[in-house]
Design a protein. Structure first.
Length: 218
C-alpha cells in the first residue's frame, strides 16, 4: 500500500470528548487520489514509486491542459482524468497490485496513527532579524537608536567582510516545511476528511502531503 495521500488544508477546529476534554485539530480534505504513473527499479527510472493526482470537486478539462501534461495523461490510456496537483510517493518495493487508475482513499489511515505532514509555510514577505530569527532587540530608553536594528555583523580589520550564512533580514516563510510526530485524531472516510491533532503548516486551502510515520505506536 501507498503510505501517503495528497490533501488540502481546510482549517482548524476542536473535538470534544465525552469527559469534556477538548482537542484542537486541523481538518485536511485528503483525497480522493488516483494513480497516474507507476515507476519501478527495473525500468528506466531506477526506483519504485507512484505518482498520485488529487481529484478535486472542480474537474480539469483536457483542453485546458498544456501539451506536455496532456501527453502525460494520455499515456494512461484515458483511465485517469487530468488533475492540477501531481505528487510522487516512494515505495519500498514494486507492488504488483497497484495499477494506473486505482484510487487512493483516506481510509488507509486509522485513529491514533502517527503521521508527518509536508506543506508550504505562509509567506511573510521581507522581515527583520527580530521577527525572522528571534534576535534580541536593543534598549528602548530615551535616545536609543538601536531598538530593532540587527547590530554589528562584520569586522573592522580581519577579515573585513560579512561571513557567509550570517543571519540577517530577508524573505521569510513560503518554504517547504515538514512536521513530524503528529497523530490522527479522527478519520471521516465518507467525506474524505482527516483530522490531525495539532497544527500543520500552510494557509487554509493549501496543498499538503500526509505520510505515515515510520515510528508507529506499539
Amino acid at each position: 500500500m501507498i503510505n501517503g495521500i495528497i490533501g488540502k488544508k481546510v482549517g482548524m477546529t476542536q473535538l470534544f470528548a465525552p469527559d469534556g476534554t477538548v482537542t484542537p485539530v486541523t481538518v485536511i480534505k485528503a483525497g480522493p487520489c488516483i494513480i497516474v504513473q507507476k515507476k519501478s527499479a527495473a525500468g528506466p527510472d531506477g526506483y519504485n514509486a507512484v505518482q498520485l493526482g488529487l481529484v478535486e470537486d472542480r474537474p480539469v478539462k483536457l483542453k485546458n491542459v498544456n501539451k506536455p501534461l496532456r501527453g502525460h495523461f494520455e499515456k494512461t490510456g484515458g483511465g485517469t482524468p487530468p488533475t492540477r496537483v501531481l505528487k510522487e510517493f516512494r515505495l519500498d518495493e514494486a507492488e504488483s497490485e497497484l495499477n494506473i487508475g486505482d484510487k487512493v482513499l483516506v481510509d488507509q489511515f486509522a485513529d491514533g496513527d502517527k503521521i508527518e505532514v509536508v506543506g508550504k509555510s505562509k509567506g511573510r514577505g521581507f522581515a527583520g532579524t527580530v521577527k525572522r530569527h528571534n534576535f534580541r532587540r536593543g534598549p528602548e530608553s530615551h535616545g536609543s537608536m538601536n531598538v530593532r536594528a540587527p547590530g554589528s555583523i562584520g569586522q573592522s580589520a580581519y577579515p573585513s567582510r560579512v561571513i557567509k550564512g550570517t543571519r540577517s533580514s530577508g524573505h521569510m516563510g513560503d518554504e517547504r516545511v515538514t512536521v513530524k510526530g503528529l497523530t490522527v485524531a479522527r478519520v471521516d472516510a465518507e467525506n474524505n476528511l482527516l483530522m490531525v491533532r495539532g497544527a500543520v503548516p500552510g494557509a487554509n486551502g493549501s496543498v499538503v502531503l500526509v505520510r505515515k510515520s515510520a515510528r508507529q505506536k506499539k
